[in-house]
Design a protein around this ligand. Sequence first.
Ligand code: 5AD
Ligand code: SF4
Length: 485
Amino acid sequence: MAQAVYLQTYGCQMNERDSEEILGMLGAQGYVVVDREEDADVILLNTCSVRAHAEERAFGKMGLMQKLKRERPSLVLGILGCMAKAQREEVFRRLPQVDLVAGPAEIYDLPDLLAGVAERRQRAGFGAGARMLAVDRKVRPLDRRPATDYRAGQVTAFVTIMEGCDKKCAYCIVPTTRGQEVSRPMEEILDEVQQLARAGYRQVTLLGQNVNSYGKRFPDGSGWVGPGRRRALLQLETHAGSADLPSEGLDEPRLVDFPALLRAIDGKTSIERVRFTTSHPFDAHEELFQAMAESRTVCEFLHLPVQSGSDRVLRAMRRGYTAERYLGQIARLRELVPDVALSTDIIVGFPGETEADFEATCNLMARVRYDSAFVFKYSPRPGTEAAGWPDDVPQSVKERRNQAILALQEHISREKLEARVDSEVEVLVEERNRRDQLTGKSRGNTTVVLEGPDALIGELVGVRVRRVTGTTMIGELAGRGASAR
Ligand code: 5AD
Ligand code: SF4
């Protein structure tokens, strides 16, 4: 009988996409996907390590699943993704019933790993003797992507363009969990986007930890940065902030970089809308802004996480830019892409963050006027550079700063949304919500709800904004295929 698999995903969009790939692979192996743990033969959690809270949720959930396994010893339990890589054997110590621990670079090994567990069980029974630990790959073998595929939606789709991260932000576990950066060849991405367009998808979101350094290294070892230049770049990144380091060569034309990829998708495929995430300000250049401006399908939206508005904190975080440089980039982007919508990530309570540092962040946010912001309380991640420093901002202060930033952002978001009332926006209608309204996104990534028939799902429509509630625009149909933003 077919094996039933239950998969729950934590964390970012990269993880969501990985989960789709996992389900695609397992589907091709004859597994059926179930949405209740009780019905599953295999329970997998695709986990996140970005903050302690994300890990605790997955540990808690798997703790409950262990109860199921006590009643049904044949159940297979697996921890996949970032926490698998960050915690490794520690997972087995805290969750003794778990059978499989596999990192993000090992997702394509999953069918083999599950077969391995089954095989060992024949020899060693259902206990610890059948365990598999697979966390040692440094890079995901992107050239071994499975041909089979699965996608959760019908209108919008994620397309992974690269994997891993070569940055060394002091707080961040991702370079440890996701390994070295490696990019998929452009032709392969173009084929995938075109296949999606042919299958009726209207929007793709290009995914990577830092899409702006796309093309640095391909699976065959080629890339636009040779060893010498790469060393210079790395030096620049690690010593970011000091002005006397070599920067020559950084503006050389590159063979295939992210702006070139955007232009190629815009020019050579028939997809209607393109989004991308995430961008590191260090690698977001003029060329990116120009490609955004000149590519009709690329939405006028940029998620450009600043993390802090204090140069002192930015330096300690090893971010490689100052608040002034960041503001300059935003100003240039706004010249080239007027009306671009912006979002950011902010960390409050980074080690050593003073009240003055915090105010600098508030000032930066007031100057940029983001459309939305994600705010996180600093959470030390074992193995990162910052975990070696005292986590010296008290929890209550982190909480207060978090609330203050959220209130500031809410005010700005509201003003920006209200300024849109009575204007027309282009909406890609995605689905019907629980209140029986159609919902979709504007080009600027705002959720828009409207009344209308199911036939509009998957269509680009013009919507007149009537009012706003929270972070949502309420509108009515203005016309089909409108060219308004
Ligand atoms: N603590 C708090 N927030 C973090 N982020 C990354 N690492 C940490 C950490 N250790 C935030 C950053 C990043 C987002 C995805 O999560 O703001 O952009
Ligand atoms: Fe979480 Fe970061 Fe891993 Fe995404 S890449 S799952 S956000 S730790």
